[in-house]
Design a protein around this ligand. Sequence first.
Ligand SMILES: [Fe+2]
Ligand SMILES: [Fe+2]
Length: 235
Amino acid sequence: MKSLHKHSHEEMVDSLTNEESLKEYKESADGLKIHWLPGILGTLLVTLGNLVFGEKPSYGKFKAVEVIARIPYQSWEVASYMFLTMFYSNEKKAIELIHTSHFGRAAQDNETMHVIVISQLARKYDQDSFFRHTFIPLAFSFFYFVASFVLYIINPKYSFELNYLFESHAFDQYSRFVSENESDLKSKAVMIEFLEHYGRFPKSEYELFVSIRNDELIHRNASAHEVEKYNKTKI
Ligand SMILES: [Fe+2]
Ligand SMILES: [Fe+2]
């Protein structure tokens, strides 16, 4: 499972546990200008999520967030492969599309780890009802796949902007969760086999949630970076 790309991601996650580095890295991609279309969809998604799962972060809400979070990366992978069928003879475009597909795949692996680990925790703490925590996220995911895919076809940067909004929300929720529950989370050990398989070794739930918070900020900033690239090249 180890790859060069993954290795550098893990180093980045570690470096962001430092508050100063986190602040600086966050500010480097704050305030991205968002087109009204992804803006409306992002607001709708976050508002509906808050309505169903509450505005306060919880294990159950995180499970829903993580079921949904993998979707845009999956849609970009599908869409970029589809475009490669049409644009393979344009070398510059092909390189861009392959880059998007790699980014999508790496982030999907990361989000998959989140959903596996957090669904274990949601079950452990009994925040795992069928309708609210399994069925509704699945229904959201369907809507989100279509939205992300169609936006990518209209203009890839709209789709990256929507993801920027979603990842910002995820980052804010995890930040709030770790700061509001610091001592409680520090007292809870994490015993989840998948983490070992993945190559991450948190000693407590606090370390786990800080690392996931950092993942989300990396995803947010990477999405902003994609938007900037499209602004420059206008593919
Ligand atoms: Fe996530
Ligand atoms: Fe994420």
